[in-house]
Design a protein around this ligand. Structure first.
Ligand SMILES: *[C@@H]1O[C@H](CO)[C@@H](O)[C@H](O)[C@H]1NC(C)=O
Ligand SMILES: *[C@@H]1O[C@H](CO)[C@@H](O)[C@H](O)[C@H]1NC(C)=O
Ligand SMILES: CC(=O)N[C@H]1CO[C@H](CO)[C@@H](O)[C@@H]1O
Length: 830
């Protein structure tokens, strides 16, 4: 009993007393294998005071046998244990106590009580085997367990009672070292000791025998123990380096396909495989290394595999084995041409050998092997039949394409097709086609040329207006490039005056030669204008040929204004008695021009008239015999340009014949006698037309004066009209021999006409204009001017008498009018 009470004193504080209403679960611990008296009072239950009224009921959670182990003392309220408990049998009991009435009504409780059995070291450790056998491969790394000893202990786990320690008690033989091995005390893993590792080679052939112990109670000296034997045989290592494996790519076999085998013969080994880079390889439990699928050399040509032999804890027994896997090439890749970007431009006329392109086909197969030995072969263009050489040359090895000797032309677009073949072009090689497009570009090697080098002659009238198109010159250029066809034109020679100019559109192939200034036949009757054409761009190669110049010949047509006379028809009226040589009229141009005309009469059938070829003066050629008053005589006169005989014009001269004057046609009226100085001075003699003859003086209208028809008179004298009734007689020549002259002057007045003999004295004069005649009088001339008056008076008297006489004579005998004026019996001039 005392021990029971002592035990009670040791009850853990976990025991709790609770109120009657809510009894808490009770925990109690009892030792196993209790060796004292029974019953063993475990714990006083907190039963209520009035417990005698009911019946205490104890129930267990498992078997009813448990209930026989425990009981409740109704008097003391103690829970009791009736015999010893075994922890190994059952470590914990869960009990329930209630106070029930007779009709099984629960008056109190239920009170839960858990009884923990406290373990005692009553179990001995046990090795799993009495003898362990193991193989130790040479080369096993020290400290890597190759054998795991196993032992068990029935005591409560986690307590010192089952805390086992392993120890090597002895090693036999003890050569070469007594401590070849080490045993992990807690884990029981047996490994080579570092020293043992180094001296394993010298180990004896017989196996090692180790006596090993396992003991509980941890590191305490006390405890139960067990002993076992370990037999270790040392074997040659089979963990030997592997030869590299050569594997053909695309290999068609069943997969996985074994390629090598490894074997670890010391201890249980698990194999691990690593591939660098990762590849389709694995290793099975037997150490067979497999490739699991086809390999592709182009993807990965070589793998390095590492195989490890590991113990159950995943530790490497030895250094991993390396296996080099070399993937062998198969010609499974055709050469592939790298795309040759844009079209290659080659200027025309590039010399042979000019590099065009370098084809480059890549073959993914093993470099340096025939599988990747690519050569190049022409596909197109085919060499032309009969051609000297090819337009392109191909280096079959390097793939370089150069220009050949056959010529190429600008504008050609050529697609080069080249076959790239591996296996160095031998049969069975794989191939692909490389394409390069080449375009031959133009260079400016053609100079523009005119279609015709000679243009014209082009006739242009002299009065052509500036701006007139003279000629259009066409040029061509054999180049293709529009920029190389642009032309520039210029007048090179033949137009120093800048009479012509050129006009063209910037991109046109024709140019217009135009007139820029007035032409002049006198200055240049023709022009040879040389026009050159050039390219705007610089010409490559040869210089422009003769075709680059063209000559335009221009002929200037003279333009002369038409001849126009001042009248279309000339009319005059003359008495039929008009003497020969009388000036009728003068034909002249309507406007004075620097051109000389030749006049002629066309159909003067009667021969009555004559015309001065140059001056155009029309005179009576003879006496108008046969002309009747009232008749009209029409003559055509033609005027011709002496320089340009083609130019001519004509006019009619209409002569109306009048009745002959009732008075002698030629009236000799003496004009005043005057003197004129020679050499000529600028004054003259006034001639009056007025006549004392009443017949002649009658009538109205102006007087007109002409010199007598004598050519000498007309040469020496000039008569200018002064006013209606007077004229002015001067010397026509610079010098006239001094002397006395009778100048015949024909006077016209109305229909009348008569002739005056104007006496003029021509003399040398002094500065005052006075005659310097001292002596050497002319015959019948007084020496002094005073005598002149006398003389004039005398003459006037004589003249008057003579007029009377003549008038009488005319009336009496019908004096002929055809008598020339200078035959008048007066003193004739010279
Ligand atoms: C060219 O001729 C026209 C008429 O023929 C004339 O009016 C013009 O003044 C001339 N020009 C020159 C520059 O001589
Ligand atoms: C001369 O020719 C003109 C024009 O043809 C004509 O009118 C005239 O009568 C001709 N004269 C003579 C005399 O034949
Ligand atoms: C009508 C008239 O004016 N007559 C004159 C012409 O000239 C002469 C000489 O000068 C004069 O004397 C006239 O009177």
């Amino acid at each position: 009993m005392i021990s029971a009470w002592l035990w009670l004193l040791c009850l853990p504080v976990t025991q709790a007393f609770s109120t009657e209403a809510q009894p808490a679960e009770l925990h109690v611990e009892v030792p196993e294998n209790y060796g004292g008296n029974f019953p063993f009072y475990i714990i006083k239950l907190p039963l209520p005071l009035g417990r005698n009224e009911g019946q205490i009921v104890l129930s267990g959670d498992s078997s009813t046998a448990d209930q026989e182990l425990f009981a409740v003392d109704p008097d003391s309220g103690f829970l009791m244990m009736t015999r010893a408990l075994d922890w190994e049998e059952k470590a914990e009991y869960r009990l329930q106590v209630t106070l029930e009435s007779e009709d099984r009504r629960v008056l109190w409780g239920p009170q839960l009580v858990t009884v923990h059995v406290k373990d005692e070291n009553d179990q001995v450790p046990q090795f799993s085997q009495a003898i362990y056998r193991a193989q130790l491969s040479q080369g096993t790394r020290p400290g890597i367990p190759f054998l795991f000893l196993e032992a068990s202990d029935g005591d409560a786990p986690g307590t010192a009672n089952s805390d086992l320690r392993f120890h090597i008690l002895s090693q036999s033989p003890t050569q070469p070292l007594p401590d070849m091995f080490q045993l992990d005390p807690r884990l029981g893993s047996l490994a080579l000791s570092p020293k043992g590792s180094t001296s394993l080679d010298h180990a004896l052939e017989e196996p090692y025998q180790l006596l090993v112990q396992v003991k509980d109670m941890g590191d305490q000296a006390s405890g139960h123990q067990a002993i076992a034997m370990v037999e270790i045989s040392v074997v040659q290592s089979t963990w030997v380096p592997l030869e590299p494996v050569h594997l053909a790519e695309n290999l068609r076999v069943a997969y996985p396909h074994s390629i090598a085998q490894v074997h670890w013969n010391g201890g249980d080994a698990r194999y691990q495989l690593e591939s660098q880079p990762p590849g389709p390889f694995d290793v099975d439990a037997e150490g067979r290394i497999h490739v699991t699928m086809e390999l592709d050399r182009e993807a990965q040509a070589e793998y390095l595999l590492q195989v490890r032999a590991q113990n159950s804890r995943g530790e490497d027994y030895a250094e991993p084995l390396e296996l080099q896997v070399v993937v062998m090439d198969e010609n499974d890749n055709a050469p592939v041409c790298s795309p040759y970007g844009p079209t290659i431009s080659i200027p025309e006329l590039s010399p042979p050998g000019t590099e065009v392109a370098t084809l480059s086909a890549e073959d993914m197969d093993a470099p340096g092997s025939p599988n990747s030995h690519v050569v190049y072969q022409w596909l197109s263009p085919e060499p032309e039949e009969g051609a000297e050489g090819r337009a392109f040359e191909l280096d079959s090895t390097s793939g370089s394409v150069t220009l050949g000797t056959a010529p190429l032309h600008a504008g050609q677009d050529i697609l080069l097709q080249v076959l790239a073949v591996d296996l160095a072009g031998s049969e069975g090689g794989l191939s692909s086609t490389c394409e390069v497009s080449v375009t031959i570009t133009d260079i400016n090697n053609h100079a523009p040329e005119f279609l015709t080098s000679q243009i014209g002659p082009v006739s242009l009238p002299e009065d052509a207006k500036p701006g007139v198109l003279v000629a259009t010159l066409m040029a061509t250029d054999a180049d293709l490039e529009p920029a190389f066809r642009l032309m520039d034109f210029a007048i090179k020679e033949g137009d120093p005056e800048g009479i012509f100019d050129l006009a063209w559109e910037p991109d046109s192939d024709h140019v217009q030669l135009r007139l820029q200034k007035n032409l002049s036949y006198e200055a240049a009757p023709h022009h040879n204008v040389v026009v050159v054409v050039r390219n705007m761009e610089e010409l490559v190669g040869t210089d422009p040929g003769p075709g680059a110049t063209a000559t335009v010949t221009v002929l200037v047509e003279r333009v002369t204004p038409p001849l126009r006379l001042d009248q279309e028809s000339y009319e005059t009226s003359i008495p039929v008695s008009t003497p020969a040589g009388s000036l009728l009229l003068t034909i002249q141009l309507s406007e004075p021009m620097s051109r000389t005309l030749r006049f002629s009469l066309v159909n003067d059938s009667e021969g009555w008239l004559c015309i001065k070829e140059v001056s155009g003066e029309v005179h009576t050629a003879q006496s108008l015999q046969g002309a009747k008053p009232g008749d009209t005589y029409t003559v055509l006169v033609e005027a011709q340009d002496t320089d340009e005989p083609r130019l001519s014009t004509s006019a009619t001269i209409v002569v109306h014949f009048l009745k002959a004057s009732p008075v002698p046609a030629l009236t000799l009226a003496h004009g005043p006698s005057r003197h004129l100085c020679t050499p000529r001075q600028d004054y003259g003699v006034v001639v009056s037309g007025a006549s004392e003859d009443p017949d002649l003086a009658n009538g109205h209208g102006p007087y007109s004066f002409t010199l007598g028809p004598n050519p000498t008179v007309q040469r020496d004298w000039r008569l200018q009209p002064l006013n209606d009734s007077h004229a002015y007689l001067t010397l026509a020549l610079h010098w006239v021999e001094p002397g006395e002259y009778m100048v015949p002057v024909v006077v016209h007045h109305d229909a009348q006409m008569w002739q005056l003999q104007v006496q003029v004295i021509v003399c040398r004069c002094n500065v005052e204009g006075q005659c310097m005649r001292k002596v050497g009088r002319l015959k019948g001339m007084p020496t002094k001017l005073s005598a002149v008056g006398v003389l004039l008076g005398t003459l006037a008297a004589i003249g008057f008498i003579l007029i009377l006489v003549f008038t009488h004579l005319a009336l009496a005998r019908k004096k002929d009018l055809d008598q020339p004026a200078d035959s008048v019996p007066l003193k004739a001039a010279m």
